[in-house]
Design a protein around this ligand. Structure first.
Ligand SMILES: C[S@@+](CC[C@H](N)C(=O)[O-])C[C@H]1O[C@@H](n2cnc3c(N)ncnc32)[C@H](O)[C@@H]1O
Length: 266
């Protein structure tokens, strides 16, 4: 087997232009979802995946794939539209699963072939039509009684005004270079319910992706120090990351991480 490390996705783009998640990945960050690895673990524990057929949409760098495999699923299939990401996740998964290059809205997987579908930090980056197409696809591949677990960027409070919502979305788009569309918890629930899924569990966490304590909790002390060292020596990347951190900080009262699990009816 070819053991060379795979290219970090989007490696052709400059530090000024690359999407925020790939910039962080380039600097050595592996956990790219808003609630950190702790919220991921609580969500996976709640989804009860031991012995289940699991599909992960948009596994990115494969950090959650590892967590899923540690919980003893019957099978693992990852689906990422980025070929470099998919190849990297296949390395993480090895013979314990397969990773397809496809859009999450058209996975090509059979109907009712999964007990659990997991997707993190990927619906937020889609427009409304694509969000619905992906949730419909997750519902299609789930068996009756199966669970769809998502972990995304949320907005708070529920009564947040349209003006603040727009300000937050514009600031995120400018800074992370992704048209991120976070939603309130009620709005996330509604997207799932519109596809016949019944929300059974919701948990939120602070959006603390770039705060030191979260960096250590997500990446470990050595990983966090490596990230810090890379920032010190890469001035362009440092400017971007500091800008992202400032935007998260400025909108800290509105931004949260939210995880939900919804069940397909039997
Ligand atoms: C922000 S990263 C999230 C990665 C990982 N889930 C995590 O939380 O660390 C976004 C990933 O989603 C993938 N992605 C985004 N939209 C997708 C889609 N519509 N279909 C498949 N993959 C998608 C990207 O290729 C990338 O690997």
């Amino acid at each position: 087997m070819d053991q060379r490390p795979h290219t970090v996705p989007a490696s052709g783009r400059s530090s000024e232009q690359v999407q925020g998640h790939w910039l962080l990945a380039r600097l050595g960050k592996k956990v790219l979802r808003p609630g950190g690895i702790a919220l991921t673990r609580r969500m996976l524990d709640q989804a009860d995946i031991r012995g289940c057929d699991v599909v992960e949409l948009a596994p990115g760098l494969g950090r959650t794939a590892q967590e899923i495999l540690d919980r003893g699923p019957a099978g693992y299939v990852g689906v990422d539209r980025d070929p470099d990401a998919a190849a990297g996740v296949q390395d993480v998964v090895g013979a314990r699963g397969t990773v397809e290059v496809a859009d999450a809205s058209a996975t090509g997987l059979p109907d009712a072939s999964a007990d659990v579908v997991v997707g993190e930090a990927m619906l937020t980056m889609q427009g409304d039509k694509a969000k619905h197409a992906i949730v419909a696809e997750a519902a299609r591949v789930l068996r009756p009684g199966g669970r769809y677990a998502i972990h995304e960027l949320g907005l708070t409070p529920e009564a947040i005004g349209d003006e603040v919502k727009t300000q937050v979305r514009q600031a995120l788009a400018r800074s992370i270079k992704v048209n991120a569309r976070p939603q309130t918890t009620r709005e996330w629930k509604t997207v799932l319910q519109e596809h016949g899924l019944v929300v059974e569990w919701v948990e939120t966490a602070p959006m603390a992706l770039l705060q030191s304590r979260r960096l250590v909790s997500d990446e470990g002390l050595v990983g966090a120090l490596r990230f810090g060292k890379n920032l010190l020596v890469q001035a362009d990347a440092r400017r971007r990351v500091l800008d992202m951190r400032q935007v998260f900080q400025q909108h800290r009262k509105s931004l949260i991480a939210v995880a939900l699990i919804a069940r397909k009816s039997t």
